[in-house]
Design a protein around this ligand. Structure first.
Ligand code: 5GP
Ligand code: MN
Length: 342
């Protein structure tokens, strides 16, 4: 755990400030929940916060309280730039390095003259003036809870803050089932429910909002599933054509990789998704046990993340990317086979 200049930050925040809060590109539940949870908290502390979102986020997160106040850097660029220019400090949430916001926004942030405060649970964070980094914690949302706790302000947690933080803890822990889910996570969740988070409604907003197309695409993805028992690995591909055929929207492939990991005896799973706009194959990796997909993604697919959940990309074609992946498995066969035992 790194906690850097916390007391200085605490006293800096004793005066009302203009604050910008940013999560990573292609925001997920934890990025949106943590930025909006912190937004509601800082507002209660009499600051003037603004959440700037790098790009589009899934429909199933638009109901989050405060989502209507955010600026999108890609299509509300002048408002976003103005907020950044006016800000006294920028909070960076749920990512560890500036390139994770995308190159346009990265350029803007690199010329920023005031200070950054990082709250994040990814490995190998870059250095910023104020830092709260802990790779052992389930989610950035749980860290925002602990941040509020460190500020001595848990009494300020209201329904909006609780709802946002609950959402990201739920999504980043796979609904409280991944190894990162600790007894502390459950205690935080209990407190958030007591403070107004309606667990059944939040779950329903996030997981029961499927479109017909999304389920059809899931059907296609499951038909594309390949299992490699000798490597305890399963993977899924989704081509651009398959996205088009099934009315693809942002977020529709979220969580699909977990079906590959759910194959009995699998300890490594991947999903390869063709993204013609970016000209890449976007990849998500998941593992069970000691095999670090963070290292694997970092070393071979220009990515990173956590030990058991990481992402990356490839500039090769789909077939070449999958071939590269399968060939790499041979190199890691022993590590994968021994990664996890019941
Ligand atoms: P997902 O597979 O759900 O997109 O991401 C899993 C984890 O890996 C998340 O913590 C996410 O932030 C991280 N991640 C996903 N893609 C990338 C990438 O291209 N680069 C890095 N450094 N991290 C990534
Ligand atoms: Mn996260």
């Amino acid at each position: 755990m790194i906690l850097k200049q916390f007391e200085e930050l605490q006293s800096y925040l004793e005066t009302p400030r203009n604050i910008v809060i940013i999560g990573h590109r292609n925001p997920d539940g934890d990025a949106m929940g943590s930025t909006l949870g912190l937004y509601h908290y800082l507002k209660k502390k009499k600051h003037t916060p603004t959440v700037v979102v790098p790009n589009e986020y899934p429909d199933f997160l638009h109901w989050l309280p405060g989502s209507e106040t955010t600026y999108r850097f890609d299509w509300q660029n002048s408002q976003a730039q103005r907020a950044i220019k006016k800000s006294d400090i920028i909070f960076l949430l749920d990512f560890n390095a500036l390139h994770r916001v995308g190159s346009d926004m990265q350029n803007t942030l690199e010329t920023y003259e005031n200070d950054f405060a990082l709250i994040d649970h990814h490995q190998q964070p870059d250095d910023f003036k104020y830092m709260y980094s802990d790779t052992s914690i389930s989610s950035t949302c749980q860290m925002v809870y602990h941040f509020i706790e460190k500020m001595g302000d848990t009494h300020l947690i209201d329904r909006d803050i609780a709802t946002c933080l609950y959402t990201g803890i739920m999504t980043d822990t796979g609904s409280f089932r991944f190894r990162s889910t600790t007894s502390t996570t459950h205690r935080v969740i209990a407190e958030l429910i007591d403070r107004g988070a309606q667990n059944d409604r939040i779950h329903s907003h996030v997981y029961d909002s499927n479109s017909y197309g999304r389920l059809q695409l899931l059907g296609q993805a499951l038909r594309n599933l390949e299992v490699l028992p000798e490597f305890r690995t399963a993977y899924i591909t989704i081509s651009n054509q398959e996205k088009l055929d099934n009315d693809f929207k942002k977020g529709d492939t979220e969580g699909v990789v977990n079906y590959a990991l759910s194959i009995s005896d699998a300890v490594l799973a991947a999903i390869f998704i063709e993204d013609v706009e970016q000209g890449i194959i976007k990849i998500s990796f998941r593992s069970k046990g000691s095999f670090s997909v963070n290292e694997f993604a970092r070393n071979h697919f220009d990515g990173g993340g956590h030990d058991n959940a990481a992402g990356g990309k490839s500039l090769l074609s789909m077939n070449e990317t999958v071939d590269k992946f399968v060939n790499l498995l041979k190199e890691y066969k022993k590590e994968i086979q021994t990664s996890y035992e019941d």
